[in-house]
Design a protein around this ligand. Structure first.
Ligand code: AKG
Ligand code: FE2
Length: 341
């Protein structure tokens, strides 16, 4: 085993490619090391408009200051796509309530009319819920998703090359209707959701390929690299996005890359924390097969985690529906009663 890691590396996307548009060997080495040994890193130079990150966080904070009834008008219990507003303390991670409220959103598409019984996850295609009286939110969130889709595709291309695959190896899985997901999150100070204790969000891995997270300056995000007992901090870093790898990369690489476990500690009493995670994810019907890794990397593959509480499913839609059903039990009972006991 390599030496335990105590910090999360920072990579600069602005200098990732040479003048011919190829990822540089130095960038690929740093990316492979960060992705394989830590599973978490930060990127700077990702190409947002100056001030776009802070504007988005301010817009999100403003939304959560609207009266509760305005937020509840977007209640995700009315959405078979789990889109819209989740009330404080009703999302569950590791069997415990999280001290956060949030809006979930994704690509806005017509729901499919004829969903085969054996592909219930196709029902996750559908519409978002946005506050009509506060149009700034939809605008900022969708503009962010566009930027993050570009960054996600670029990083996945880099990760592919770093593990010996062609740059566009996974591109087909995203073509047509990639099922990315965005979240606008408000963590509340400990004490406001008594049953959460200090759990902002409980320890978990993400479901897709790569997660790109914008966090404000409060802190509290921690990560547990594979094989390590110590949690390490992901310190708020101006101008940076936090990147972590999701379960689809663990499935594809047989654990050479792992979906790294992370959690957020609730902020201190009376402090609010805002974050915007974005999950770059393929089509719902994409099936992710194991890739052929170069021998020296294959020798370091750790196998796919076999947690009976969290099986990793190779059809992306199945894998993400598993997560939604677990995290939002009320919405699950209302829309997918046949899938939850
Ligand atoms: O808010 C954060 O810093 C992390 C959130 C997270 O891990 C998630 O929503 O999957
Ligand atoms: Fe996460």
């Amino acid at each position: 085993m390599s030496t335990p890691r105590t910090s999360v590396p920072i990579l600069d996307l602005a200098t990732a490619k040479d003048e011919k548009g190829q990822f540089t060997p130095a960038f690929l080495d740093a990316l492979r090391d960060a992705a394989h040994n830590v599973g978490f890193f930060q990127v700077i130079g990702y190409g947002g408009r100056p001030g776009q990150d802070q504007e988005l966080l301010n817009t999100v904070a403003e939304f959560f200051r609207l009266p509760l009834e305005d937020r509840l008008a977007l209640d995700n219990r009315s959405s078979a796509q789990f889109r819209g507003y989740t009330r404080l303390g009703t999302e569950v991670t590791q069997g415990r309530a999280d001290a956060r409220e949030q809006i979930d959103y994704g690509p806005d598409r017509e729901p499919l009319s004829d969903v085969p019984k054996d592909q219930p996850y196709l029902r996750l295609q559908g519409h978002n819920q946005w506050p009509a009286a506060y149009p700034e939110l939809e605008k900022a969130a969708m503009e962010w998703a566009e930027l993050m889709s570009r960054v996600g595709a670029e990083l996945l291309a880099g990760i592919s090359v770093a593990i010996g695959l062609p740059e566009d190896y996974f591109a087909e899985k995203f073509s047509g209707s990639p099922a990315w997901m965005g979240k606008l999150v408000h963590y509340v100070g400990s004490g406001l959701v008594p049953e959460a204790g200090d759990q902002g969000v409980g320890s978990h891995a993400d479901y897709g390929f790569v997660t790109l997270l914008l966090q404000d300056s409060v802190g509290g995000l921690e990560v547990k690299p594979y094989g390590q007992d110590e949690w390490i901090d992901v310190p708020p870093t101006p101008g940076a996005l936090v990147v972590n790898l999701g379960e689809m990369l663990e499935v594809a690489t047989d654990g050479y890359l792992m979906a790294t476990i992370h959690r957020v500690t609730a902020p201190p009493a009376d402090v609010d924390r805002y974050s915007v995670p974005f999950f770059w994810s393929p089509r719902l019907d994409a099936v992710i097969d194991k890739v052929e890794l170069p021998a020296e990397l294959a020798a370091e593959a750790r196998g796919v985690s076999d947690d009976p509480e969290n099986p990793m499913l190779s059809t992306y839609g199945e894998n993400v529906l598993k997560g939604w059903l677990r995290a939002h039990p009320e919405t699950a009972r209302l829309h997918y009663p046949e899938l939850v006991s």
